[in-house]
Design a protein around this ligand. Sequence first.
Ligand SMILES: C[S@@+](CC[C@H](N)C(=O)[O-])C[C@H]1O[C@@H](n2cnc3c(N)ncnc32)[C@H](O)[C@@H]1O
Length: 226
Amino acid sequence: MIETASAAWDAYAARAPDRRPTNGVGARTWFNWTQYPDHGPGVELLGLRPGDRALDLGCGSGGNAAHLASLGIGAVGVDVSTRQLAKARERWPDHPGVELHLVDALTHLRASPGTYAAVYSVFGAVYFSDPEILLPAIRAALVPGGRLVFSQRPAVEGCYGAQASLIQRGPDEDPAVVRRWDYESDSWLSILRDAGFAACGAEILPAPLGGRRTEGTLLVRGQRPG
Ligand SMILES: C[S@@+](CC[C@H](N)C(=O)[O-])C[C@H]1O[C@@H](n2cnc3c(N)ncnc32)[C@H](O)[C@@H]1O
């Protein structure tokens, strides 16, 4: 059964490990696009300057938004999970520059025309929303020239479009089920262009060398024409 997104994501929050107190170089805040620690590009993908506003779609416990705020960027995080936002508020109490809202991504975007210099999502709401509906709303919420960047797992060969994604709850309970959207890079490029984005790119970042895991990270980007 597909239940409400907030109940499913509260179940996820109950089992998700917390972000480490510091990263590999001892920093308290950092940006991570991938499923691996200390791996991949950072905040530079967003092209932001101090004073800009950025929106995190499905911010979870808020680590990436807190990092933007530490750089002087006005970071807004939205999430449908009460538990995720409670973790974020506990981890970043009174962190200046971070604004958190318990709201669905699409609802927030539709209320925010021409507002953000960047919209990003790390295995977040973009992964779990129909892109044909969400991407035009993101474009409209960006300022001209503003960037969208998102990351998620690469599609499994032959499994494209809406997929069932299971969230395990424990041995005595059924998993929660949400929908996620998977495509190959070429398909993302045409979906982005159809939604009015320019400067589009999509690539798979390889997993860290030397580890046992081989799954890469799909990184997708586009820009609202200026
Ligand atoms: C896998 S977690 C990733 C959290 C965070 N971005 C990170 O990197 O740790 C996915 C998050 O997206 C949120 N989410 C999923 N669908 C959403 C939607 N439509 N609107 C807002 N948040 C959503 C979930 O509640 C959850 O916190």
